[in-house]
Structure formats: structure tokens, C-alpha cells
Design a protein around this ligand. Structure first.
Ligand SMILES: Cc1cc2nc3c(=O)[nH]c(=O)nc-3n(C[C@H](O)[C@H](O)[C@H](O)COP(=O)(O)O)c2cc1C
Length: 171
């Protein structure tokens, strides 16, 4: 299965990246193809709400930014993993902007989803869990699970092993 990981972190070697790498290792060992998109460092604006995509654009977005590189991946991935640091109880702004741009094709092709969140504090996930679950329901897709990691030390053997096992469990 082709798995697209949307990495919302602006930190190339941050906590989110370590969790993604462990997940990817497990998923690849289980035979999946994993493509990671560094959304957190890409230039992706929020949706303009101009509705060009659903009037003249035939599902294409009028904005010519890095999102144009992501649209082909959204059209081919069978699973999407939304991975992000928690920024003020939401996704990073970069990832949230990319998610708003799903509006042009309306629904990604993926039929399976997962979410990986990294935060400083516990008990900060309620809003994102609601957004994720509502979105996956709207896409009529399957939720394969959510991993939430917090604290000062997130790159421990135990945490990374758990993420690797999660990747290996994907079917
Ligand atoms: C702008 C910003 C907002 C943040 N907001 C929260 C928050 O609301 N709750 C929380 O627990 N941690 C918050 N954090 C901490 C990050 O979620 C946490 O350090 C995370 O592990 C960073 O992941 P990264 O290394 O991939 O960037 C915030 C960090 C930043 C930079």
C-alpha cells in the first residue's frame, strides 16, 4: 500500500520527525511504500475560498504554490498519515493550511487514515481528535489509529518502538 505521511513540523530533526521515522521503518518492513511530505517547511497558503476549483477549475486549485506538488500524491496515496506537533491545540499552521486545500479535489483518494501528534503537555488533543475523526468520517475512510506523544523526552527507545510497531501493524 502507498502511504503518504504529511509531516507538519517545521523542525527537520524534531520530535515529529523521529516519530514518523519510527512509524515509517515499521511500515516499510511490513512491505508498504511510504512517501513523506515535509509540509512544515513547504510554502502552502490557506484556501482563499474563491471557489475557482469548483466553478472553472475542474477540481484544480488556482494558487500556484507548493501544494501543486502535493495534489498528485493525494490522488495516488491509499493511506494518509497526518503527523504534526500540537501548535496551540491544533495542527501546525502549515499542516492546517494544506488540509484546507484538500477542498479543491474535495476528497483525497486514500481510504485509510492515521494521526501522529507530538506535544509538550498531555491533555491537549481533544480538538484535534474531533477534527480528525470528523474529517475521516466525511471522507468515508477508515481510522487506523492515533498516536499521541508528549513530554520533554520523546525519542526514547520505548516510544520509538511503539511507533515502529504501529507502522508494522498497518494493513
Ligand atoms: C508555536 C507552538 C505552539 C505550541 N503549542 C503547544 C500546545 O498548545 N500544547 C502543547 O502541549 N505543546 C505545544 N507546543 C510544543 C510542541 O507541540 C512540542 O514541543 C512538540 O514536541 C514539537 O514537535 P517538533 O519538534 O516536531 O516541532 C507548541 C510549540 C510551538 C512552537
Amino acid at each position: 500500500m502507498k502511504i503518504l505521511v504529511l509531516n507538519g513540523s517545521p523542525h527537520a530533526n524534531g520530535n515529529t520527525k523521529a516519530l514518523i521515522d519510527a512509524f515509517t521503518k515499521g511500515a516499510q518492513n511490513a512491505g508498504h511504500e511510504v512517501v513523506e511530505c515535509p509540509i512544515g517547511t513547504m510554502k502552502i497558503n490557506g484556501c482563499l475560498g474563491c471557489n475557482w476549483c469548483h466553478t472553472k477549475g475542474e477540481g484544480k486549485c488556482i494558487q500556484k504554490d507548493d501544494m501543486q506538488n502535493l495534489y498528485p500524491e493525494l490522488a495516488s496515496a491509499e493511506m494518509i498519515v497526518l503527523a504534526s506537533p500540537v501548535h496551540y491545540f491544533g495542527f501546525s499552521g502549515q499542516l492546517q493550511s494544506a488540509v484546507t486545500r484538500f477542498y479543491a479535489p474535495f476528497k483525497p483518494a486514500a481510504t485509510k487514515y492515521a494521526m501522529i501528534l507530538s506535544s509538550h503537555s498531555p491533555n491537549v488533543y481533544e480538538g484535534l481528535e474531533a477534527q480528525y475523526k470528523t474529517m475521516v468520517g466525511f471522507f468515508e475512510a477508515e481510522d487506523l489509529g492515533i498516536k499521541e506523544v508528549n513530554g520533554d523526552d520523546q525519542k526514547t527507545e520505548a516510544i520509538l518502538a511503539d511507533l515502529e510497531a504501529f507502522g508494522a501493524s498497518i494493513k
